[in-house]
Design a protein around this ligand. Structure first.
Ligand SMILES: [Fe+2]
Length: 278
């Protein structure tokens, strides 16, 4: 962190399977050789075999350097992660707008505050458009989740992850967070579609500035259909019979974005997408 309070957050899009975990570790090393990273956040919901997070996947992602690990619609695909999801000291959480009875934390502190610096928190949300899980209203859920975070940490700065299919819903969330929570939410980034979008930008008003991007892209094999073996996906889609979709391994790359945040002004100052082939 600079004296002026500028920090850089690296946010990696969905890590897919073993190839994704391996390229994540190499990419963090490469990124760190040229950037001072203050916080690393990783979506790990596809880290097991393309669906779900298992304890081994969580361990790999944390060892790669992640300060916080988020999940999406596959959050409960492997409930061996349940103990970590419930444990206050483990920085892994599921989307906040699930059933109020759903297990696990729904927001996580990626970097505690101190010495006058604000803590950096992550709140993941599920979209509702074209998604299979009947999630709660993500806009109202964001308001409730921020209120809950502020009870723990009144100074918190918040990064929102919108895990969703529809571009419109992700874009709407970025504007909503800017208008509703200026000086509190500093970034809204999308995940889930696994294809990086070319729309990284700063949305701003006099009161706040939010780093926004519709989808960070995928951390995994790029010669694939969103991380799965091409021939398997073609067999599924051309015949409509059930086909096991193996995780692809060719052309691994880590996709995400660097978020530049002024923690004193409590505004985003920059966002740069990256695709790293270590
Ligand atoms: Fe997803």
């Amino acid at each position: 962190m600079s004296d002026a309070g500028e920090i850089t957050i690296a946010f990696f899009g969905d890590v897919v399977g073993g190839p994704g975990r391996a390229v994540l570790a190499a990419a963090v090393k490469q990124l760190r050789s040229r950037e001072a990273l203050d916080v690393i956040i990783v979506n790990g919901e596809n880290a097991r075999n393309g669906s779900g997070l298992h304890p081994e996947g969580y361990r790999d992602i944390r060892r790669a350097g992640a300060d916080a690990v988020t999940l999406g619609d596959h959050c409960f695909a492997d409930m061996r992660i349940g103990a970590a999801l419930d444990a206050p000291e483990e920085p892994v959480c599921r989307p906040t707008n699930l059933s109020s009875d759903a297990p696990g934390k729904s927001a996580v502190c990626a970097k505690p505050g101190g010495d006058g610096r604000p803590g950096i928190w992550v709140i993941p949300l599920l979209g509702r458009l074209f998604m299979k899980i009947p999630a709660d209203n993500p806009f109202a859920a964001l308001d409730r989740s921020i209120a809950a975070v502020l009870e723990h940490d009144g100074d918190a700065l918040i990064v929102v992850e919108m895990h969703a299919e529809a571009t419109s819903e992700k874009g709407a969330m970025a504007w909503y967070a800017l208008k509703r929570w200026p000086g509190r939410v500093v970034a809204v980034v999308g995940t889930h579609t696994h294809v990086q979008t070319a729309d990284a930008r700063i949305l701003s008003t006099d009161e706040g500035a939010v780093a926004a991007m519709t989808d960070l892209g995928m951390t995994g094999a790029q010669e694939s259909v969103i991380g799965r073996e091409v021939d398997d996906v073609l067999a599924l889609m051309t015949t409509q019979r059930p086909v096991r979709l193996a995780v692809a391994a060719t052309d691994p790359a880590a996709c995400g974005a660097l978020l530049r945040i002024d923690t004193v002004a409590r505004r985003a100052t920059g966002i740069e997408a990256f695709v790293i082939r270590p």
